[in-house]
Design a protein around this ligand. Structure first.
Ligand code: MLT
Length: 272
């Protein structure tokens, strides 16, 4: 279904039902399609809401965007979907960065967080320059410039050629204006480290054991700074565990949802 949010068409898949709603926020420069394997497994127990962020997938692009605008788009989308209550926000990489901002700006709407293969730091000066260069290349050459830059590190070395092709095509399918705007949003993202000790909702931290973009150490650091957060490391996955190891990823989320009614638990867990 499509909604007009802040004057921009936002496409969104909604599937399943249950006592809890989960908003799935994709990474850069991916689309809502990355969550298909997760949604197909969790729709039996949760209302699964998977939007294309503006400038990605079937959503329209705006020339410029910020992490704040992405977060507010989600809040307005929840309004449009009639979701007044708190939801679980599950974000991967850029989606996790947006989840931090959503928590800061819309705290009352957050029941729990699932932070996957993400980072809490603001961008470094070198990173800003790299993202600016990527935005310029994408505007010049199209989104395949971003796909080419990222596909080598996005997946675990053992990923199949079929999956590699699928992820490349997903990245390359995006609007060049949208991808350039998102690269600049990542360049100007806020520092989320001060937010971590303020997180007072149940939190799951997930990372692929072979993530070369946001490696395990960074996610361990994030988990340690969030009271009661649980860490799950997914073997055989790189930066996109929901697509690389769909069963293990969905199981981790499933168990997290099971535990939402009970006490929070800490400590690392390996999931095969
Ligand atoms: C993502 O998956 O969202 C990107 O890897 C984010 C990033 O480049 O930092």
């Amino acid at each position: 279904m499509n909604f007009t949010i802040d004057g921009v068409r936002i496409a969104c898949d909604v599937a399943g039902s249950g006592p809890v709603s989960v908003v799935f926020v994709h990474g850069f420069p991916l689309t809502r399609e990355m969550w298909r394997p997760t949604v197909s497994r969790l729709a039996r127990r949760a209302r699964c809401i998977a939007p294309d962020l503006r400038g990605h997938g079937r959503s329209a692009a705006s020339d410029a965007v910020t992490i704040t605008r992405f977060a507010d788009d989600l809040a307005e989308l929840l309004d449009a979907l009639g979701e007044p209550g708190p939801v679980v926000v599950c974000g991967l990489s850029m989606g996790g960065i947006i989840a931090f901002e959503f928590f800061r700006r819309h705290r009352a709407r957050v029941a729990a967080l699932a932070l996957c293969d993400t980072r809490a730091n603001a961008e470094s000066p070198e990173g800003v320059a790299r993202r600016e260069a990527l935005a310029a290349a994408v505007l010049r050459e199209g989104s395949q410039a971003a796909a080419s830059a990222m596909i080598g590190t996005a997946l675990a070395p053992t990923a199949s050629a079929t999956l590699r092709d699928e992820v490349f095509a997903m990245m390359a399918s995006n609007s060049r204006v949208g991808v350039a705007a998102a690269a600049r949003a990542l360049a100007t993202r806020p520092d989320s480290f001060p937010t971590l000790p303020q997180i007072d909702v149940p939190t799951l931290v997930v990372v692929g054991a072979e993530d070369a973009i946001t490696p395990v150490d960074g996610l361990v650091d994030i988990q340690r700074r969030i009271r009661g957060a649980r860490l799950v490391v997914i073997p055989g996955a790189g930066h996109v565990p929901p697509m690389e190891q769909p069963e293990a990823f969905a199981q981790a989320l499933d168990e997290f949802l099971d535990g939402l009614a009970g006490p929070a638990t800490g400590g690392p867990v390996a999931r095969g």
